[in-house]
Design a protein around this ligand. Structure first.
Ligand code: PMP
Length: 330
């Protein structure tokens, strides 16, 4: 019989697939690593496993303990999945701007959520940060993973994502492209690929225009999960050789093209990373092999990136310009 012992054994070993249409005019081979095929639907399953393993080993997390983290997204799902399988309680602190669908995903896995007001200063006792610190201090046996500073985040990518890419490209990879959020993915995967190739792999970060990694101040952008307004310690600035800034309009247009032209229903940070990869690949020879990491799937964004009215409400009419059947029949 061929089966996994638990859903946790399905984390990692995601496949590479070649892009064939959006790469028109590009000589290099562009491959994407499809992280939405992880059981929790994103690359964050990898860091959740590694962070919890390390906290168990160090004694920071004891049997029956509680994981407390301010997160509304993929990290919450990854932590909830691993916690549930290992018998830990999970409490996630979310700002009230987080939509009901995202809240429901976390509670479906058995996590508890605490909703905090968005419109208060970070040092207010009601803020997202203050509430998670207070819960960590007051719940007996609480452990706060802190994905922005936990070295096991980048380490999980050094130990799994990097080796998988090297193995699956048989060492032929020449360029690695990933979006930068906490910085864990690019720092860990990039470090491994540089070491194993003896500097032969060029590492390229993709960043939303306005974020600190590409020289901004953290000005708001709409693409989710990437870009920052501070420098997390999970990010190693010595790893990327280059950072390419991508606008929201470019990220969303490419995200929609990936669904329609490549059959890849992915999130906005994936569109952003592919856009940056195509800019980087423009002048590369046919011998180049560019690997782009796609962090999550598109189902969580159906009401946003894939919704014309939402795009138009933010002024992205050039992205939402496909003629619909309704337009034709009118
Ligand atoms: N895309 C999405 C959708 C994410 O949730 C994240 C994680 N914040 C990233 C990209 C960036 O990954 P990392 O935090 O490892 O830089």
């Amino acid at each position: 019989m061929n089966y996994a012992d638990s859903v946790l054994d399905l984390i990692g070993n995601t496949p590479l697939v070649k892009l064939n249409r959006v790469t028109e005019g590009i000589a290099a081979t562009v491959l994407v690593k499809v992280e939405y095929l992880n059981p929790g639907g994103s690359s964050k399953d990898r860091i959740a496993t590694r962070i919890i393993d390390a906290a168990e080993a160090s004694g920071d997390l004891k049997p029956g303990g509680t994981i407390v983290e301010p997160t509304s997204g993929n990290t919450g799902v990854g932590l909830a999945l691993v916690a549930q399988q290992r018998g830990y309680r999970c409490v996630f602190v979310l700002p009230d701007k987080v939509g009901e669908d995202k809240r429901n995903v976390l509670t479906a896995y058995g996590a508890e959520i605490v909703v905090t007001p968005t419109s208060v200063a970070p040092d207010s006792p009601d803020s997202y940060y203050s509430v998670s610190d207070r819960l960590t201090a007051e719940i007996p046996g609480a452990f706060k993973p802190n994905q922005y500073a936990n070295p096991n985040g980048p380490r999980s990518h050094y130990e799994s994502t990097g080796p998988e890419i090297w193995r699956d490209t048989e060492g032929e990879i020449t360029h690695f492209v990933a979006g930068v959020g906490t910085g864990g993915t690019i720092s860990g995967t990039g470090k491994y690929l540089k070491e194993v190739s003896e500097g032969g792999v060029r590492v390229i970060g993709a960043d939303p225009e306005g974020s600190v990694y590409s020289g901004g101040t953290g000005r708001p952008y709409l693409v989710e999960g990437v870009g920052e307004d501070f420098w997390p310690t999970a990010y190693d600035p010595s790893i990327p050789d280059e950072i390419i800034a991508v606008t929201d309009a470019e990220s969303f247009a490419m995200t929609r093209r990936l669904a329609r032209e490549e059959g890849l229903l992915v999130g906005g940070s994936s569109g952003m990373a592919v856009q940056a990869a195509l800019v980087a690949a423009r002048d590369l020879p046919a011998s180049a092999v560019v690997v782009v990491l796609l962090p999550d799937g598109g189902r969580g964004y159906l009401g946003k990136i894939f919704n014309d009215s939402w795009l138009q409400s933010y002024g992205f009419s050039e992205v939402a310009d496909d003629r619909t059947v309704g337009d034709i029949l009118r």
